[in-house]
Design a protein around this ligand. Structure first.
Ligand code: UDP
Length: 238
């Protein structure tokens, strides 16, 4: 049996990861698949927190480019992440994983407020904590929320689940000469403008030496491989 190398991690998923092939909305089969992957990891004794984006429902920047007030649009984006968090909570509980959703925007009827110490306590009890509503602030992204929360809860790494199996020099779907990196430094990511996380999130990880592991979430068993230290995907560190 594979043994985990991490005790506590934060898994970041884009909203699109829940949309399956269509990339938007919430695909029941896809979310169930992800819930099962998470269950496998939790059953190994790894404490796991989740941050899910909202891009499958609403993106603030896209709406503001069409004329909407940016801050209002961003608040809508944050609410979209809460919708995804509740969907993931439902999927996880259906496969028998205990969860709590904590929201950075108060909405006591649907989620707990974000309380760092309480989140840590849930994790210690083996519950998956899903952090909704991003950072609670407009002009930020859920990548930044993931970095911030990972630091706050003392996660050893951010696992960034994407539809691609790592970070490439250019888009592998368009460029046959694209090269996959197995390791990168934070500075490489920032200087080359690589699509790992946005600059705010990357600098936050760099300043606090928090590794980011980018891997393919669509391939079965990959989350477990990453927490067991198998070198798949791309690792970004100092
Ligand atoms: N958002 C925000 N503040 C945050 C996190 C998210 O304003 O701290 C908004 C922003 O409008 C963003 C949307 O929520 O476009 C959805 O998040 P994101 O784009 O990060 O989702 P993903 O691309 O990961 O699906």
């Amino acid at each position: 049996m594979m043994k985990p190398t991490f005790k506590r991690v934060l898994l970041k998923l884009s909203g699109e990861a829940l949309g399956g092939d269509q990339g938007y909305g919430i695909d029941p089969k896809t979310i169930e698949g992800i819930a099962r992957e998470v269950k496998d990891v939790v059953e190994c004794g790894v404490q796991l927190a989740l941050v899910i984006g909202g891009g499958n429902i609403f993106r603030g920047l896209a709406a503001s480019s069409k004329g909407m007030d940016r801050a209002s649009a961003d608040y809508m984006g944050m609410l979209a992440t809460v919708i995804n968090s509740l969907a993931m909570q439902d999927a996880l509980e259906k496969v028998g994983v205990d969860t709590r959703v904590q929201s950075a925007i108060a909405m006591q009827e649907v989620a707990e407020p974000y309380i760092r110490r309480r989140a840590i306590r849930h994790l210690e009890k083996g519950r998956v904590v899903i952090f909704g509503a991003g950072t609670g602030n407009p002009y930020f992204t859920t990548d930044t929320a993931a970095s911030l929360r990972a630091m706050e809860i003392g996660a050893e790494a951010i696992l960034k689940g994407t539809k691609v199996d790592g970070v490439y020099s250019s888009d592998p779907k368009k460029d046959p000469n694209a090269v996959k990196f197995s390791t990168l430094t934070y500075i490489d990511v920032l200087k080359k403008g690589l699509q790992v996380m946005d600059a705010t999130a990357t600098s936050l990880c760099m300043d606090n030496s928090l590794p980011i592991i980018v891997f393919d979430i669509t391939s079965h068993g990959n989350v477990k491989k990453v927490v067991c230290g198998e070198t798949i995907g791309t690792i970004v560190k100092g």
